[in-house]
Write a protein that binds this ligand. Structure first.
Ligand SMILES: [Zn+2]
Length: 224
């Protein structure tokens, strides 16, 4: 497997479905791969098949990375980063450049994959960019797809998870269910999670708890 191969193979889409616990949809490229070749980032079309604009282009799919990043979020790293953006002008400028790079990549992906321009989300990136940090998964997804030196806070978050995941090793063994059938039904009513604020995520969790208590499983897995 060529780890630089962007075009998703049927096996890639199957792996992503297993990683996410739901069918992979609207994946137009593989944004980053494990050294073993498995997808780490699902590059998602800026407009979904159902017509809805989708700003989160570099969607982190590897469960080991998503849970490591969730640990950083739980430790309060986003608040600390947002405070630094307010007082560190150099960091703030680099982060604004990351925002611009994100938008440029998304436009290029839209062109390359035939999705075209998506005016509804023009100028809107993800993860809190350009001035805040609202989702570290988005920033890490960007850093993995773009490489080091593009998103300073995504790079920092990657350093922050080095205890649990690093680019030079494969952490895929046992990270998702390989034995059962490939998820082919979307049991969740909400599949967009990356890019939501902690409050919004908590609202979704509460909604699912309520649904479970009411006896209907909303069934979304892998939520940070
Ligand atoms: Zn691997």
């Amino acid at each position: 497997m060529d780890t630089a191969q962007r075009t998703p193979t049927p096996a890639d889409l199957e792996t992503i479905s297993r990683q996410l616990g739901r069918p992979a949809r609207d994946v137009v490229e593989i944004g980053a791969r494990c050294i073993c070749g498995n997808p780490l980032v699902a590059t998602t079309a800026p407009r979904l098949g159902n017509g809805i604009p989708f700003p989160t282009t570099f969607y982190l799919t590897h469960p080991v990375i998503t849970s490591a990043v969730s640990r950083l979020e739980a430790a309060g790293v986003m608040t600390e980063m947002t405070e630094r953006l307010e007082r560190d002008e150099q960091l703030a400028a680099a982060y604004r450049r990351a925002h611009d790079a994100y938008l440029r990549s998304r436009d290029e992906i839209g062109q390359r994959t035939g999705v075209g321009a998506v005016p509804e989300i023009a100028g809107v990136s993800a993860g809190g960019m350009p001035s805040r940090v609202k989702c570290l998964h988005v920033l890490v997804g960007h850093s993995l797809a773009a490489g080091r030196g593009v998103n300073p806070l995504g790079d920092e978050a990657l350093d922050g998870i080095a205890e649990w995941w690093t680019t030079d090793r494969c952490y895929c063994g046992g990270a998702w269910d390989e034995s059962g059938p490939v998820p082919d039904r979307d049991l969740s009513r909400h599949t967009k999670t990356q890019g939501l604020s902690p409050d919004e995520l908590e609202a979704k969790r509460a909604e699912r708890r309520a649904a479970r208590e009411a006896g209907q499983d909303a069934g979304e897995e892998g939520l940070s």
